[in-house]
Design a protein around this ligand. Structure first.
Ligand code: GLU
Length: 335
């Protein structure tokens, strides 16, 4: 009897120690909110960088907007600042249209037809296409993104646009709206992207008329999103394709590791290597000032702040994300 109760006591003790150590390694919402607040206060006054101005309408967006949102895979939201103020999604849209093409045509199609390697050259480079025999190299440079848009199965431009918009809205869990000023400003000045699409067409790489695809691509870049939206979209990727806010399965879970792999390789323009080195997190930035990052299996992160560095990445969004990921021990490569 004595021996029995002693061993029972021991098992209770072991259980207690195991339990408390796993609790200690868990993040409390209080801790997450505290670190997000620290980052916000630390970088709020940092007005380094400047708004993109190669698209007129982006130069007049309020540079002071600064919002940070984290959404975990259970749908809990942690946020501070201007998290509901919207900016155009720009390049971050490339993630979701590539995901749509992957869903329709498979992971091999994206790898073979568009590519999944870094270009090592600017996001709108024409030389990169020529150097690689007509390959865009990946769906996150303009060439690969316009290609993705062209490969979304549709009978015409209108249907292509509706599908792309509906897909991004499903990732965000709400109906995303077009920023008409940004769209009008860019669509009247997108000759370089038109040239890229024509060149890709000459190499037999486009799925639809090149100029039509470029127009739809420009529209997809002009959808408005907030830091909150970006975090939900990221949390959907973190949660194996299931939107934690709506519980809808948006993309097959077999594709999310593929999408995140391209984000890790080519998410932050020519600075993707430095970003991954510092954070370990798959991410995508856009010249509207947003950054979406994913901590697989844990969080989606959305940060918006329009002023950009020389690579085209939001200055404050990078600083805040790096600070929070480090402080909360979220680097996925360190798990
Ligand atoms: N619409 C922009 C362009 O095609 C997107 C660029 C970006 O965010 O990198 O130039």
């Amino acid at each position: 009897m004595y021996i029995k109760s002693k061993s029972l006591l021991l098992s209770f003790l072991v259980l207690f120690v195991l339990n408390s150590s796993s609790l200690a390694s868990q993040l409390t919402s209080q801790k997450i909110n505290q670190v997000i607040k620290e980052a916000y206060n630390k970088y709020k006054g940092d007005m380094g960088g400047k708004n993109a101005d190669y698209i007129d309408a982006l130069s007049v967006v309020d540079s002071k907007i600064f919002g940070i949102t984290f959404v975990d895979v259970d749908g809990n939201v942690y946020e501070i600042g201007d998290t509901k103020k919207v900016v155009s999604i720009q390049s971050i849209s490339k993630v979701f249209t590539a995901a749509l093409v992957m869903s329709e045509k498979g992971a091999k199609f994206v790898q073979n037809k568009i590519g999944v390697n870094a270009t090592g050259l600017a996001f709108n480079s024409i030389i990169a296409i020529e150097q690689h025999g007509g390959s865009a190299l990946n769906p996150f440079v303009n060439a690969g993104a316009i290609q993705s848009t062209s490969w979304v199965g549709a009978k015409d431009s209108k249907e292509r646009w509706m599908k792309i918009k509906a897909n991004m809205s499903a990732f965000a869990g709400r109906d995303l709206k077009l920023n008409k000023d940004v769209y009008t400003s860019e669509v009247n000045d997108n000759k370089r992207n038109q040239a890229i699409s024509k060149l890709l067409d000459a190499y037999g790489r486009m799925g639809s008329d090149p100029l039509e695809a470029t127009t739809v691509y420009t529209k997809q870049c002009s959808l408005n999103v907030s830091a909150h939206d970006l975090a939900i979209m990221g949390a959907t990727l973190a949660n194996h394709g299931k939107n934690p806010a709506t519980n809808a399965q948006i993309i097959d879970s077999k594709y999310t590791p593929k999408i995140m792999a391209i984000m890790a390789t080519a998410g932050l323009y020519d600075n993707a290597g430095d970003w991954l080195y510092d954070t370990g997190a798959p991410a995508k930035s856009g010249v509207g000032g947003g950054i979406l990052a994913v901590i697989p299996g844990k969080f989606g992160i959305g940060i918006v702040s329009p002023p950009l560095d020389s690579y085209g990445n939001s200055v404050r969004a990078q600083l805040a994300a790096k600070y929070i990921i480090e402080k909360l021990g979220l680097n996925p490569l360190a798990q």
